[in-house]
Design a protein around this ligand. Sequence first.
Ligand code: FAD
Length: 355
Amino acid sequence: MALAGLNHKLGWRGTTNTLLNFGEGKYPVNGEAGAVGYLVGKPHEGLRCMFHMMNEARIGVGTAATMLGMAGYYASLDYAKNRPQGRPVGVGGKDAAQPQIRIIEHADVKRMLLAQKAYCEGALALELYCARLVDEHHTADAQAADDARLLLEVLTPIAKSWPSEWCLEANSLAIQVHGGYGYTRDFPVEQYWRDNRLNMIHEGTHGIQAMDLLGRKVLMEEGRGLQLLATRIHATIEKAIQAPELASYANALGKALQHVGNATQAAWATGKPGEALANAVPYMQGFGHTVLAWIWLDVALAALKVDASKSIAATAGKLGATRYFYHYELPKINAWLNVVETHDLTCANLPEEAF
Ligand SMILES: Cc1cc2nc3c(=O)[nH]c(=O)nc-3n(C[C@H](O)[C@H](O)[C@H](O)COP(=O)(O)OP(=O)(O)OC[C@H]3O[C@@H](n4cnc5c(N)ncnc54)[C@H](O)[C@@H]3O)c2cc1C
């Protein structure tokens, strides 16, 4: 085995990555080109063992993506509270005689902060839910342990991919909130984005997670995992429908879940994997946003339980992020799931020469 060199990476510069060449003859083994491999465990069980490790590792990747998103959120929140720029806009436009305001007072900056909060706190709640399922899988009674196993099968691609995509987007927004400074090394947010960019790539790329979800996880055991997830989502809907401030979101979540179910069936209606999986990533995006809408509804219910009078700022924050998710994010699923349902082959069928 030869050390060919170091990889010079976009992020994660505190760890060393090396390129190893096996069997090229630079360091002969018993006088010949080659490398010595050692069998660990029983023959033909390596991939199964690797996936045993990989499933929990994927929840770890999602959690890492979440924490980088959180770090960017807190950094940009702090910056927005301290940076004076612009003046309030009144009926007659801007009044130059007024003192400058801090950028957190601008609606568009609040939008970028609330998006980060919705992505990152939602992702954290999802990861904690999955971590609890891992515990239940090991410690609960037989039925609950099996349910936890099956739910984890379906949720693991989401736990890995969703924070990798949306907490990365949060990091991009954290840069935007910093304006020009966000693009410099004077502030930490550019590093968070660079470090987070890895998470859509390693431990199975986004495309591979999507194929795992649509090609395997929603089909396995006659769709029992998807049904179990739907049962849990319906339980939250039934509770939320009783709360006047959440009833419309409960209805929207019910429709989203129905849309995911229809898209799953439509994707496989012709039984051709090539067609079904051509839009696996948009499917995963629609599925992921629906799961996160469920998570946010559950968080909102818990927040109202703690503080029914909504007098604590943290409750207003949780309800605000839930509102943001349902008004600005959940409607996106229609575009993603429609291309799945209609077997849109715009990308798949474009000939190579046309690129
Ligand atoms: C910083 C860093 C650290 C790493 N650390 C480790 C480590 O410790 N151990 C380790 O084993 N690996 C490690 N990796 C490797 C990492 O897991 C792989 O880079 C990753 O799994 C993607 O594989 P690939 O690079 O071969 O990309 P490819 O497989 O070539 O993928 C390239 C693109 O093609 C798409 N694609 C590939 N196949 C298909 C398909 N069948 N259908 C549709 N689309 C497809 C992918 O989604 C991707 O977008 C590391 C990588 C990096 C960057």
